[in-house]
Design a protein around this ligand. Structure first.
Ligand code: ASP
Ligand code: MG
Length: 426
């Protein structure tokens, strides 16, 4: 008998029928003899609809009230789910984030979990009940107000519950089958991974993969939580996300797993490139430029500086498309102080990343990437690396083709086309 935490995303509880299907799945787990704690997201697009409604009554909704409003989405799904389980003859109790002891800091809309005190959950479990917790929300002790954890925050709720309750596994259910070697909508030959290390998962998520939220994976890594990402719509195994020293539970059953050098290929269409041209090539200029960009709130990803022949140099960097306008405006405002010649904005770029812990110990991984791109006649504009990742910036029109070529070059193609349920991963 184990303690299993399950998280169901909005697409898994979109309507009454889906809620009943999820209730059955939970009851099956209970019938198998396990204790079950469930974190649930708001039904379907509820959170987006509530946000739209808020924006209709106020251009900038008051943050405290917005959290009050958004947290109601998960209260609806948790109560309905508990009712559905009840009607199947099982005891279930739902709890809001604050009732569940999800203590956060006071930052509305992006609160961080600082403590979890699941006293009431333990009591309910001891009394044999299935526990349902509203995802995405918490409570701040100083302000005594309801907070939300940021979009997609129910993953973090589930992982935090698993850590606090010392659960055996945290199963994250969505409408996709697990973590793939690439986005199956971009690369039809992508394969589902049996497992991936949490450091690889973090790099994949930070570079465009959307199945699991970064903060949830970070939390799991810090607290030693085993994540199993799987589909609500099938009973097959999904992908285990393994922290330091963890093993795929199926290996314990004697199944032998090979460790590929490259775990996956991530694609990202969301970045734009800004070039600050003709920067005086003297100490301190990069510091000035990136201080201005940081103050504009833009999140810088890749940076390259060209060699200078004339005492001036060009500095290019990428930021999320949504941040580019603010960064450009801030830089333009300080042009004379910094002394650069002009700004170039390019939002037709795509980023391709290859991620794999095997890069630490195997040479030639980057050569394979560059050869594949060269054979495909694809031009590289920027390059950056971490210990376990190589990223290149390309024309956005080249990205899909490049990703397919590279996926093949690393031997990641599956025999069959991946079944895509057109899922969102939520
Ligand atoms: N309902 C929230 C959202 O849509 C939280 C979640 O789904 O994880 O962002
Ligand atoms: Mg949602």
């Amino acid at each position: 008998m184990a303690l299993i935490v399950q998280k169901y995303g909005g697409s898994s509880v979109a309507d009454a029928e889906s809620i009943k299907r999820v209730a059955k799945r939970i009851v099956d787990t209970r019938r198998a003899g396990h204790d079950v704690v469930v974190a649930v997201s708001a039904m379907g697009d509820t959170t987006d609809e509530l946000l739209d409604l808020a924006n209709e009554v106020a251009p900038i909704p008051a943050p405290r009230e917005l959290d009050m409003l958004l947290s109601s989405g998960e209260r609806i799904s948790m109560a309905l789910l508990a009712m559905a389980i009840h009607s199947m003859g099982f005891e279930a109790r739902s709890f809001t984030g604050s009732q569940a002891g999800m203590i956060t800091d006071s930052q509305h809309g992006a609160a961080r979990i600082v403590d979890v005190t699941p006293v009431r959950l333990r009591e309910a479990l001891d009394e044999g009940a299935i526990v349902i917790v509203a995802g995405f929300q918490g409570f701040n002790r100083d302000t005594r107000d309801i907070t939300t954890l940021g979009r997609g925050g129910s993953d973090t709720t589930a992982v935090a519950l698993a850590a606090a309750l010392d659960a055996d596994v945290c199963e994250i259910y969505s409408d996709v089958d697990g973590i793939f070697t690439a986005d199956p909508r971009v690369i039809p030959k992508a394969q589902k991974l049996d497992h991936v290390s949490s450091e690889e998962m973090l790099e994949l998520a930070a570079n465009g993969a959307k199945v699991l939220y970064i903060r949830a994976v970070e939390y799991a890594r810090r607290h030693g939580v085993l994540i199993h990402a799987r589909s609500t719509f099938s009973s097959s195994e999904g992908t285990y996300v393994l922290g330091e020293g963890m093993k795929n539970p199926r290996e314990a059953e004697g199944v032998v797993m090979e460790e590929p050098i490259v775990a996956g290929v991530a694609t990202d269409f969301s970045q734009a490139k800004i070039t600050v041209a003709g920067v005086p090539d003297v100490p301190g200029k990069a510091a000035e430029i990136f201080k201005i960009v940081a103050k504009s709130g833009a999140n810088v990803d890749m940076i390259v500086q060209n060699v200078s022949a004339t005492g001036r140099t060009d500095i290019s960097f990428t930021v999320p498309k949504a941040d580019a306008a603010a960064a450009l405006k801030a830089l333009a405002g300080e042009q004379t102080e910094v002394g650069f010649q002009n700004l170039i904005h390019d939002d037709q770029i795509g980023k391709l990343s290859v991620v794999g812990a095997g890069m630490r110990t195997h040479s030639g991984v980057s050569a394979t990437l560059f050869e594949a791109l060269s054979a495909g006649g694809i031009n590289i504009e920027m390059i950056s690396t971490s210990e376990i990742r190589i990223s290149v910036v390309l024309r956005d029109t080249d990205l899909t083709e490049a990703a397919r070529t590279v996926h093949t070059a690393y031997g990641l193609d599956g025999d069959a086309e991946a079944t895509v349920h057109a899922g969102t991963g939520r």
